[in-house]
Design a protein. Structure first.
Length: 341
């Protein structure tokens, strides 16, 4: 089988498996929510509400049906792209909640990933290009610490130092409550303020975004640093690199034109896996910094036992991760001719 045929078959299998993966996630989330202690009716009405009122609420929300019927009703709604309505937000559509809160999460994720890539790749290159030196040891230490450090603890530490002690950055939120935030179609404050030409709003948005984005990026950067350092060290010892050195090519040119390109290929593969960590880390970061994103809204929905909101947000995140993983696998297969499927 030719490489093109094999790649097409691989893509087809991945696309066919994607619905199965999503169905598994949907089922697990549905069952786990109902297996954990707590009652959404008590969360809405309070534990001291009359039993008759609670019963009427259960019938209204469809929680009086057997579990299998609730599951089938929910699957039927998903087939029509209906995620249901929130139990605690005055019946607001889950799609409306996602469209309202996701831009904040997307903005935080984009900037965090950009900073993590620059920081992780930069430290990895410095470490691998200076083997056996203090830079090499420092790079290894950086990768270990950032990979192991708890994200919520790092966020609180940065808040204590840079917000409370030094007063350089705000403690949390996305924009000052006393000012009107940027308005635009994207919902990304930095992008909308840039398109509108409002430099003051852009600076304010970046000021509030800097600390939570750097907190999340610092943890993710350790993943990229370890991958770049290991692969770049192996690449610098390859035969074609030694041949380039024998021809008198400068070391900097060898690093940039020969070794670095091959060493960065695994980074593309890891981007798909990192996306899941990024969304999970965004939840902790948003809660720590009171960032009004979809992760923070998910945390609130879990605390309030809001089944449709939790299920809808988790499925939305799962679709993003699955599609991104498939796309990155395809991109990586085209970039790296050594891959065979």
């Amino acid at each position: 089988m030719s490489r093109a045929r094999a790649l097409q078959a691989y893509i087809l299998v991945r696309l066919l498996l994607a619905p199965l993966m999503l169905w598994t996630i949907v089922t697990l989330v549905f069952l786990l929510l109902r297996a954990t202690p707590g009652d959404p009716v008590d969360a809405i009405l309070g534990p001291k509400a009359p039993a008759s009122v609670k019963m009427a609420m259960r019938e209204q929300l469809g929680l009086n049906f057997p579990l299998w019927k609730q599951y089938l009703n929910y699957l039927g709604g998903l087939f029509h792209l209906d995620l249901g309505n929130s139990l605690t937000s005055q019946g607001q559509s889950v799609w409306k909640i996602i469209s309202e809160y996701f831009p904040a999460t997307a903005e935080l994720a984009i900037y965090s990933l950009a900073i993590a890539l620059l920081l992780g790749i930069g430290v990895g290159i410095l470490s691998a290009s200076r083997p056996g030196t203090a830079l090499d040891a420092g790079g290894r230490l950086f990768g270990i610490i950032t990979y192991a450090i708890p994200l919520f603890w790092l966020g609180m530490l940065l808040q204590l130092v840079f917000s409370v002690q030094l007063g350089w950055f705000p403690l949390g939120t996305r924009y000052p409550v006393t000012l009107s935030p940027p308005e635009g179609p994207s919902g990304l404050y930095t992008l909308d303020s840039l398109f509108s030409g409002n430099g003051q709003q852009l600076l304010i948005s970046l000021h509030y975004l800097a600390l939570p984005a750097f907190s999340l990026a610092l943890v993710l950067s350790g993943i990229f640093e370890r991958i770049v350092r290991v692969n770049l060290k192996q690449t610098l010892q390859a035969d074609y690199v030694e041949a380039a050195r024998a021809r008198g090519i400068p070391e900097r040119k060898i690093l940039i034109n020969h070794a670095l390109k091959n060493a960065l290929i695994p980074v593309i593969t890891v981007l798909g896996l990192t996306l899941a960590s990024l969304l999970g880390g965004a939840i902790l970061t948003e809660v720590t910094f009171s960032w009004p994103g979809l992760g923070n809204r998910l945390y609130e929905a879990i605390a309030l036992r809001d089944y449709p909101t939790v299920q809808g947000i988790v499925i939305f995140f799962a679709v993003i991760v699955v599609l991104a993983s498939i796309g990155i696998d395809i991109l990586n297969a085209y970039i790296d001719p050594r891959i065979r499927y």
